[in-house]
Design a protein around this ligand. Structure first.
Ligand SMILES: *[C@@H]1O[C@H](CO)[C@@H](O)[C@H](O)[C@H]1NC(C)=O
Ligand SMILES: *[C@@H]1O[C@H](CO)[C@@H](O)[C@H](O)[C@H]1NC(C)=O
Ligand SMILES: *[C@@H]1O[C@H](CO)[C@@H](O)[C@H](O)[C@H]1NC(C)=O
Ligand SMILES: *[C@@H]1O[C@H](CO)[C@@H](O)[C@H](O)[C@H]1NC(C)=O
Ligand SMILES: *[C@H]1O[C@@H](CO)[C@H](O)[C@@H](O)[C@@H]1NC(C)=O
Length: 576
């Protein structure tokens, strides 16, 4: 008997009515609190293997959310993350800590930061790491104090000679930043990695809101301990609500190299990202940072707010990037929550994964970023199958056989000979998800074509990831979808959106690429070489383990050619 059944028996109907009546408490619209589920501790026998991922980051059990303070230090990558040591719903949050030499295989250490002092006794929330000159890492994080105010604290390694940085100290001169007058103490959190200006000041940004305006408050310090609030925020935007987990970093105009956060100059642009608590999605802009005025101004090609660019048009939140000085790249971590219910999570004994770390760089059009799984992921590639020059007429699907379709990495290049058959673009489809919702994988002109992932034998379950191309006034519009609506025969408690984004890509070569990382309950896809990324969390009941299938399909009138398709069975990572 699993815990959930046990609990249902124990509490009978009231347990269910609790949820049916929406008997949930919210803190700051942050995370739902399930008081009744708090006391349910996960023990090892509960953990359900069915939908657990095998190469995405997870602890052995329990709830996780935001990635925190990722960094590289003396040969080792560190990842901290928000973790409930007791159960599979949000609560009791500590900074759990894992280390890796390749960003793929992880070893757990004990929690680095947990509530113990007045300045964090009610919570240790998200933050960042900065490696100060002389190889001295410092963590900035948000503590919840006895008055339930959000304050900013720092923590330092207890022993810099310990290569794993196992112990962290929270000095008694914390908090180093409190909200102060004019700042909402219930909306003041998630300090960024700090950057150093030419004048010798450290700068960090803290997410907040003023009424409905999203704010990125800027603080300056000479010694990293005494911080002063700047007169003006680094950036703000009307009607966007609370800005969580801001991230701010430079990218070179050309090339894929990552940069240390302190780099400025005419040869770089800056990226500013926030996680909007109101929508639970993230948005970023590309723009210019003026270090003297300490102002960030988005380019006129970047929309600031709801309809702006997203790292991922699916399930991806509270992300954080860091500069990896070893491989000279910027690496992005993002959290994907579950799309099942809190009861399901208690029953499976775990909730939340971190997505595969992605290298990010500025696209050559300089309007957006591109993202790609870190290349170390390829070390997990096992058996490979290949298709080439495979023509797909309307309604055709071809099964990709010979790999573990529930745990796979697939790269495919599609081509077509003409766009003449493209359907007209409906200008009301401002929101890509609305278009995908309406059209799904039903027949079209050019597309839909793509992959059917995590499919059951008779195709009554599958998660299609595909493109559809439309003709607009003077250009073509490429829609990319990751549609979870048919992903599971289970109906109750599952969130199955038809996630979608547009792909801003030049089609003159008449080609479109797609890569999907399939890992039991997650499908993480990269369209157009990483221009548009979409992650879905799905819970098939039949398309699981060896019963999962993978197909490539075309449901458009225009014939599509699979120039090549390479698919690998993925080995499991050593995961905590
Ligand atoms: C610091 O770490 C080093 C390397 O692990 C170890 O040899 C040393 O004993 C540690 N120092 C203290 C005070 O724990
Ligand atoms: C401060 O933020 C909290 C949490 O979002 C909100 O409930 C409250 O209304 C805000 N207070 C003011 C004065 O804006
Ligand atoms: C956008 O800014 C660029 C310079 O950065 C300028 O050349 C262009 O005219 C601007 N476009 C609009 C529509 O304002
Ligand atoms: C193609 O579209 C039709 C409806 O337009 C649908 O019934 C069918 O399942 C689709 N096939 C694929 C492979 O997507
Ligand atoms: C993840 O879960 C779904 C389904 O419950 C919610 O709709 C999302 O808002 C939630 N996402 C985040 C970032 O919390």
């Amino acid at each position: 008997m699993n815990l959930f059944t046990f609990l249902s028996l124990l509490l009978g109907f009231s347990f269910f009515s609790l949820f049916i009546n929406n008997g949930v408490v919210f803190v700051d619209a942050l995370h739902k609190i399930y008081p009744e589920l708090q006391s349910i501790q996960t023990d090892a026998s509960v953990i359900k293997p069915l939908h657990r991922t095998r190469f995405h980051f997870q602890p052995r059990r329990n709830w996780i959310n935001d990635p925190n303070g990722p960094m590289y230090f003396k040969g080792i990558y560190h990842l901290f993350y928000q973790y409930n040591p007791k159960g599979a719903v949000w609560g009791n949050i500590v900074w759990a800590h894992s280390i890796s030499r390749d960003l793929i295989n992880w070893k757990p250490l004990k929690p680095a930061i947990y509530p113990s002092k007045p300045f964090d006794i009610n919570g240790c929330w998200s933050g960042s790491a900065t490696v100060l000159p002389g190889d001295k890492p410092v963590i900035l994080y948000t503590g919840i104090d006895p008055q339930n105010r959000q304050v900013q604290n720092y923590a330092i390694p207890a022993n810099l000679s310990d290569p794993y940085l196992t112990e962290w100290i929270k000095p008694d001169n914390n908090p180093i930043v409190d909200p102060g007058p004019g700042v909402n103490a219930s909306a003041f959190r998630d300090p960024t990695t700090a950057w150093l200006s030419k004048s010798g000041h450290w700068k960090t940004v803290i997410g907040s809101k003023r009424k409905k305006r999203g704010m990125a408050y800027l603080y300056r310090s000479r010694d990293f301990v005494k911080w002063t609030k700047a007169k003006h925020p680094l950036h703000s935007a009307a009607n966007t609500g609370m800005w969580e987990c801001p991230d701010f970093y430079p990218v070179p105009l050309r090339g894929k190299l990552g940069l240390d956060p302190s780099v400025t100059g005419n040869w770089v642009k800056h990226v500013f990202k926030v996680s909007l608590d109101l929508t639970r999605y993230e948005y970023y802009t590309v723009g210019k940072y003026f270090p003297k005025k300490d102002k960030y101004v988005p380019d006129n090609t970047s929309v600031d707010g709801w309809s702006g660019l997203r790292y991922d048009y699916g399930n991806f939140y509270a992300s954080k990037s860091f500069y990896d000085p070893l491989k000279k790249r910027r690496v992005l971590w993002g959290w994907a929550n579950e799309s099942d219910s809190a009861q399901d999570d208690v029953s499976k004994g775990w909730a939340g994964i971190q997505l595969i770390p992605r290298t990010v760089w500025l696209d050559h059009n300089q309007r957006q970023l591109k993202q790609w799984p870190v290349k170390e992921l390829n070390t997990l590639r096992g058996k490979k199958v290949v298709l080439s020059h495979q023509k797909l007429l309307k309604g055709h699907t071809v099964e990709v056989k010979g790999i573990t379709a529930a745990q796979a990495d697939v790269e495919v290049m599609f081509s077509f000979s003409s766009l003449d058959k493209a359907d007209p673009f409906d200008p009301r489809w401002v929101d890509a998800q609305a278009a995908c919702d309406q059209l799904g994988n039903s027949q079209g002109g050019v597309g839909p074509f793509g992959l059917l992932t995590l499919a059951s034998e008779n195709l009554d379950e599958f998660t299609p990831v595909f493109f559809r191309i439309f003709k607009a006034h003077h250009k073509h519009v490429v829609l990319m979808c990751s549609d979870a609506r048919s992903s599971s025969l289970k109906e109750e408690g599952l969130y199955k959106p038809a996630f979608a984004g547009y792909v801003d890509i030049d089609l003159s070569r008449k080609k479109l690429s797609l890569r999907s990382l399939i890992d039991h309950s997650v499908v993480e896809s990269f369209g157009g070489g990483g221009k548009t990324c979409i992650t879905s969390r799905v819970y098939p009941t039949k398309g699981v383990f060896d019963d999962a299938h993978l197909h490539v399909f075309n449901n458009g009138t225009e014939a599509i050619t699979v120039e090549y398709l390479r698919a690998w069975s993925m080995k499991s990572a050593r995961m905590n």
